[in-house]
Design a protein around this ligand. Structure first.
Ligand SMILES: *Cc1c(COP(=O)(O)O)cnc(C)c1O
Length: 228
């Protein structure tokens, strides 16, 4: 079997994506040369799950790259990305929003965030229950955070071969997202819900059918990851 290069794999995926869907190329653990290959093929949005790794790559790669933090956040490291991060996907507490706000203020920026919803069955997945998301959006505290904007939700489905299960998890998040948009019309800078980030290499096509408009694809573009 011929091994396809990054450019070809990227092109193949992009051709199947509707125009209004954003592709986040997940480059965690991958070398800068791989990112540059994707960049030269036109890709501008990249996702990383470790803040320091992302900061190093940001420093040496072209400045028109939009960097998305997709991993679980360590609050004490938010400061290392506050000057450049384009979107933070995995926010799961008001405490973390407070820290992001504080660091964003230092750089006179507004940082876009997604609240991570817990939709998977297994315990290991991070995220908020739907009621907790509503509580954050309705909280007085959020109103005082001038330097963050909650622009949508992110979810990860269960790691299972049972596609019916995955589909029902994606669907439940999409329904909740629609309800939230209806109950939180774009009346403030702090909540303009428009992004639904769902879907990875193995399930992004299913996620798209269930209403996703941002997919996070790694191994399908860059190949399997070798963890040390
Ligand atoms: C690693 C990762 C991805 C991409 O995973 P692939 O299966 O390689 O596409 C997507 N989302 C999150 C949150 C990740 O950590």
């Amino acid at each position: 079997m011929k091994i396809l290069d990054i450019t070809t794999k990227l092109k193949t995926i992009k051709e199947t994506l509707p125009k209004d869907v954003t592709l986040v190329a997940v480059s965690k653990t991958k070398p800068e040369s791989d990112i540059l290959e994707a960049y030269n093929a036109g890709q501008r949005v990249f996702g990383e799950n470790k803040i320091q790794e992302m900061a190093q790559k940001y420093a040496s790669l072209p400045k028109d790259i939009k960097w998305h933090m997709i991993g679980h956040l360590q609050r004490n490291k938010v400061k290392y990305m506050a000057h450049f991060v384009a979107l933070i996907h995995g926010v799961d507490s008001l405490k973390t929003l407070n820290e992001i706000n504080k660091q964003a203020l230092k750089h006179k920026r507004v940082i876009n965030c997604l609240l991570q919803a817990k939709i998977a069955q297994e315990d290991s997945k991070f995220g908020l229950a739907f009621q907790e998301i509503e509580a954050i959006l309705n909280s007085e505290e959020l109103k005082s955070l001038e330097n963050i904007a909650i622009v949508g939700l992110m979810g990860m489905a269960s790691f299972t071969a049972d596609l019916k299960q995955v589909e029902s998890e994606f669907k439940s998040l999409n329904i909740f997202f629609s309800q939230l948009k209806a109950s939180h019309p774009e009346r403030s800078r702090r909540t303009k819900l428009k992004i639904l980030s769902m879907g990875m290499s193995g399930d992004y096509q299913l996620a798209l059918k269930c209403g996703s408009n941002m997919v996070r694809v790694g191994s399908r573009i860059f190949g399997e990851r070798n963890y040390i």
